[in-house]
Design a protein around this ligand. Sequence first.
Ligand code: 1CP
Length: 354
Amino acid sequence: MAEDAVVPTQAPGLAQSPFLRACRRQDVPHTPVWFMRQAGRSLPEYLRVREGIPMLEACARPDLIAEITMQPVRRYAVDAAIFFSDIVVPLKAIGIDLDIKPGVGPVIADPIRDAAGVKAVRELTPDDVPYITEAVGALVGELGGTPLIGFAGAPFTLAAYLIEGGPSKNHEHTKALMYGHPELWHELMDRLADLTVAFLKVQVAAGASAVQVFDSWVGAVAPQDYRESVLPHTSRIFEEVAGLGVPRIHFGVGTGELLGLMGEAGADVVGVDWRVPLDEAARRVPPGKALQGNLDPALLFAPWDVVRRRAQDVLDRGRTAEGHVFNLGHGVPPSADPDMLARLADFVHEASAR
Ligand code: 1CP
């Protein structure tokens, strides 16, 4: 499709970016590193600029998006920036009544449980999110040779919020719809996959040079249910964004038993949480994939000697993969010490220098 052939203007040097090269399983001068949730609550400068501004309002202001995205890049020697937004921003943009409550997360006013609710998930166009296009455009200029990662939530994780109405431990309503009303389930997943593709395309058209699809809560699903109820939709997403020409990363939490299937879904890089060592993960995913991960975020609260030893272990095991992007096994905890992350990024570079 012609509209898929969007090749963003790439800053000089971007092709040599260790992060993009590792995603493509090419040689790198050092293992690249970035941290999921590096922009946000653990940074005092973030708390300062967000003061008095609700989360969703911040996500719609290009000046704040750009500033918050840049904050960790100024502080840490990270090899990539992640766009400051949230996985529920495109849902809000198509008119779903929701809020992000401090200390809770996304909360949906009318949880989706029936066909009328499913129909409310309409298509997203670039006109629904002009602030995303503007913010990404401003950021790629400012970032120069540092790649910007665009992102979106995967259909299962978005469905989990929409159906439960907020954060959930056991995803009982979500699974009730998946098991009990498969036709409605697939229609919802189909619509959410369209939304994810559209949101990623907006970011890449504006200049993002990689994308990550967060399926944070899909670890709640057994492999046979993943194959039947989730995989067709995640596969379609990766297929539809393949033509954009940017590396595609696919991440979930508690997905040890799903790594092979997530590899089948078609991303270039499979994100691994801290529960599966990377050498074991490399055996579980099909050939032709790079891996991203996977230091336990809780280690950030341990003494530096322990952090260093465990980070070295992640690097050693990561060498058995075809490509490795160093990251935490999930997001930076809000109470993490930024100095520890600064030290960790420097250590990854020094210890992996070829
Ligand atoms: O007021 C605040 O500061 C709210 C905290 C916050 C922040 C900083 C939320 C609410 N979202 C974000 C930003 C965000 N969310 C980013 C950009 C920053 C970065 O990564 O550096 C990204 C990539 C996300 C993605 C996101 N949101 C995910 C997937 C990643 C993951 O951590 O698994 C998920 C599951 C969400 C939902 C969400 N939004 C916010 C919270 C607290 C949550 C999780 C709540 C829950 O446990 O269900």
